[in-house]
Design a protein around this ligand. Structure first.
Ligand code: F6P
Length: 563
């Protein structure tokens, strides 16, 4: 894609123009984008395509084993030039370098953000506080590989000497969504004799249903919690311990063969009763939602094997290099992030759909919800000043073609602007190749239909009854990006995840927020602690809540016979 060279405006050096404005809205590029959006609001994808026969190739990037088609977005060359200018004025390049070099860009927690070190080659040196972190990354990867191989080969046995046939990952949020999504995505690469399950919810129904019918003697739990303080995970882990020990007459020595831990908190793990030799560590510079490629991916590695895991890391690394070194006009994650900002801040979009046309990717939208919304759902800038613009995309979606028969009606004829990412795969995975062709026919049909719709004239020409025409018109102009992957395999999955990681990073830089903290989540946890006591106590003298919450608690207590 070609964009004119960024214009720094008449505001002195880039550094000076970055230091002065109080709000991103005061940046020259932001103001120009607002004016530009007024003009673009009056044009349509139909007009944009009609006026530029080269548009399809001009707005596509072919790299990283995919064809990224941005042509059906409501952008032109000027939009991209202005977005490039905005990125420049927000210091995107410098911020990328800061992240990769281990600067403490997670300012509110005073931490470096080095998930990119998790997929760096052994030969790389990445220093944090004068200490190279790469050797310890590879040390953990080796330990993971040893364990995964032992479980897969049957060398790792349960307490009674039986082979492990069920592996259950207990974790939540970043300690669940990544391996859960990736395991589903890479199912054809998994050992089908080994059953992998995931338990995350505090709702005991999930644990009960998941373990229903399983033999504890053949079941291994991987308890995954960065902090080892998360209520859901520690509660489910305690339940799992009880469930296991009940099968072995309470013999606590069984824990060593049926529980391993993934955490940064050695003390907590040991206190729980898991030997630190069975613990796989990671570091505070890996955010939970950026951790699938750390030891948090242990369950996944057991499922797909160390070699496939390494391939996945290769995909991540390819994107890291692409993001760090590729000029903006061909930089796929940066373009995804900037186009997302365009819709969010200049075109008034309130949400974004992610629509994978692969059943293997059915957990991707949920994974991206955490990645995007926990990262960029922020209300203050890095300096702690209130933002005066919209941040954080709302992400939603589900796989095609199912979604077509649920919510696509609103995309085609509703009143909301909803940019969509379509993810499609060229190579079929099953022998049902005809179904694969039909699946992809739907991708291309949907993006065509969303972009160009169906006009009154077209309907009339096709003989639609006059009175139905207003109801049948599809205005089109609904923007889409299509990521057409050559295939879905460990490497391309790593690529896909890393693309979205860096997309989110790009948005965060423009919005000037800390994309790596999550203080908001703490409030819910704090309140739940108090309320849990009030729900379970025999008598509660008084409660300090609003009327509505008090009444809900009171009714629940009554219903549970604790009047
Ligand atoms: O949901 C909040 C959160 O802190 C996430 O950021 C994190 O991924 C999840 O909880 C689980 O945390 P932990 O891995 O420490 O149990």
């Amino acid at each position: 894609m070609s964009t004119p060279a960024p214009d720094n405006g008449t505001h002195g050096s880039p550094a000076a123009s970055r230091a002065e404005p109080r709000s991103r809205k005061d940046l020259p590029a932001w103001r120009k984008l607002e004016e530009h959006a007024d003009r673009m609001g009056e044009t349509t994808l139909r007009v944009l395509f009609d006026s530029d026969p080269e548009r399809a190739s001009a707005f596509a990037v072919e790299d990283l084993g995919m064809y990224a088609d941005f042509a059906k977005n409501r952008i032109n060359a000027e939009t991209l030039a202005l977005l490039a200018e905005l990125a420049e004025q927000c210091g995107l390049k410098e911020k990328i370098d800061a992240m990769f070099s281990g600067e403490k860009i997670n300012v509110s927690e005073d931490r470096a953000v080095l998930h990119t070190a998790l997929r760096a080659s052994r030969q790389t040196t990445i220093e944090l506080d004068g200490h190279d972190v790469v050797p310890e990354v590879h040390e953990v990867l080796e330990k993971m590989a040893g364990f995964a191989t032992a479980v897969r080969s049957g060398q790792w046995k349960g307490h009674t000497g039986q082979r492990i046939r069920n592996v259950i990952n207990i974790g939540i949020g970043g300690s669940d969504l990544g391996p859960r999504m990736a395991y589903q995505a890479l199912h054809p690469f998994t050992d089908r004799d080994l059953r992998l399950e995931f338990v995350s919810n505090i709702d005991g129904a999930e644990f009960a249903e998941t373990t229903h019918g399983l033999d504890p003697a053949e079941t291994l739990f991987i308890v995954s919690s960065k902090s080892w303080r998360t209520l859901e995970t520690l509660t489910n882990a305690a339940t799992a311990r009880e469930w296991t020990l009940a099968a072995f007459d309470g013999d606590a020595s069984a824990v060593a063969r049926h529980f391993v831990a993934v955490s940064t908190n050695t003390e907590g793990v040991t206190e729980f009763g898991i030997d630190s030799a069975n613990m796989f560590g990671f570091w505070d510079w890996v955010g939970g939602r950026y951790s699938v490629d750390s030891a948090v991916g242990l369950s996944l590695m057991v499922g797909i094997g160390p070699e496939n895991f390494t391939e996945m890391l290769g995909g991540f690394h390819d994107v890291d290099e692409h993001f760090r070194t590729t000029p903006l006009e061909r930089n796929i994650p940066a373009l995804m992030g900037l186009i997302s900002v365009w819709y969010n801040n200049f075109m008034g979009a309130q949400s974004q759909a992610v629509l994978p046309y692969s059943n293997y990717l059915s957990h991707l939208p949920a994974y991206l919800q955490q990645l995007e919304m926990e990262s960029n759902g922020k209300h203050v800038t890095l300096d702690g000043a209130q933002v005066d613009y919209q941040t954080g995309q709302i992400i939603w979606g589900q796989p095609g073609t199912n979604g077509q028969h649920a919510f696509y009606q609103l995309l085609h004829q509703g009143t909301k602007l909803i940019p969509c990412d379509f993810i499609a795969v060229v190579e079929p995975f099953s022998h049902l190749e005809h179904q694969h062709d039909l699946l992809n026919a739907s991708v291309f049909a949907q993006t065509e239909g969303l972009a160009f719709g169906r006009s009154e004239q077209e309907l009339r020409d096709a003989g639609s009854p006059e009175e139905q025409i207003p109801h049948r018109v599809c205005k089109g102009n609904q923007p889409t990006t299509t990521l057409l992957l050559d295939r879905l395999d460990p490497r391309s999955l790593g690529t896909l995840i890393a693309l979205y990681e860096h997309k989110v990073f790009t948005e965060g830089v423009v919005w000037d927020v800390d994309s790596f903290d999550q203080w908001g989540v703490e409030l819910g946890k704090l309140l739940a602690d108090t309320i849990a006591g009030e729900l379970t106590a025999e008598h509660v003298a008084s409660m300090d809540h609003d009327g509505s919450t008090t009444e809900l608690i009171r009714r629940y207590r009554t219903g549970r016979g604790r009047g």
